[in-house]
Design a protein around this ligand. Structure first.
Ligand SMILES: Cc1cc2nc3c(=O)[nH]c(=O)nc-3n(C[C@H](O)[C@H](O)[C@H](O)COP(=O)(O)O)c2cc1C
Length: 201
């Protein structure tokens, strides 16, 4: 089995999959990795919908400018954030951090002031905050998938309104991305990655 660094280095976006199904046990394992992601005040706003049926995958593909791999992947995970749960989770989470003696009184007061303020913030203002929380959990899934010999591809080029229509969501659910998933049936050509020097400011 690959170690974490090997998973990170060998991971590629996979857009061609074998037809083999992914067992519920493996999907359970991936979600188990998602739930351990870090989040501010341990708010844990990520929510996932697992799509295996062809009809919904077809609709998701159409909502994503007909990207073929979405219809063809054995599984598509619809990755979302729950805005209300983010607020509630932030409030209870900072209490927990304080009660566990993990933060001091002054820092707790600042966090409490901020999280109390979340209740009055407009939903749109929380969208980017919630989205990057969800993204961390999604990348846990992506890397664990590599370790389990699965391939995946982030998909963000979508018409979000169409996705919302498919699932009939209200504004409380923030769509973040689709993640296609399956056993790889391609070896992508190597791609240029920036060097360490390139990424140091
Ligand atoms: C936020 C995000 C959005 C992406 N959206 C798409 C997408 O809509 N369709 C697609 O085929 N690939 C998408 N990708 C995959 C990128 O094209 C890919 O990560 C990039 O080309 C680097 O290749 P690699 O993942 O193989 O290293 C997305 C990746 C990220 C992180």
């Amino acid at each position: 089995m690959m170690n974490l660094k090997e998973c990170i280095i060998t991971r590629r976006s996979i857009r061609k999959y074998k037809k083999d199904d992914i067992s519920d046990e493996l999907i359970h394992d991936l979600l188990d990795c998602a739930r351990f992601a870090p989040s501010p005040c341990n708010a844990q706003p990520w929510r996932f919908k697992i799509i295996k049926d062809c009809e919904t995958k077809q609709l998701l593909s159409q909502a994503s400018f007909n990207q073929k791999h979405i219809a063809e992947a054995p599984v598509v995970i619809v990755c979302c954030g729950n805005i209300n749960d983010y607020i509630i989770g932030s409030l209870s989470g900072n209490e927990e951090l304080y009660n566990l003696d993990m933060i001091d009184n002054n820092f707790y007061k600042m966090l409490k002031y901020r999280t109390d303020g979340l209740k009055n913030v407009q939903v749109e203002k929380l969208v980017s905050e919630v989205s990057f929380n969800v993204a961390i959990a999604v990348e846990h899934i992506v890397l664990r998938a590599v370790e389990l010999s699965l391939g995946s591809c982030w998909v963000k080029a979508v018409d979000e309104r169409k996705i919302r229509e498919i699932f009939n969501w209200n504004d409380n659910i923030k769509f973040v991305n689709l993640l296609t998933l399956g056993y790889p049936d391609e070896e992508p050509k190597s791609i240029k990655k920036l060097s360490i020097q390139d990424i140091i400011l």
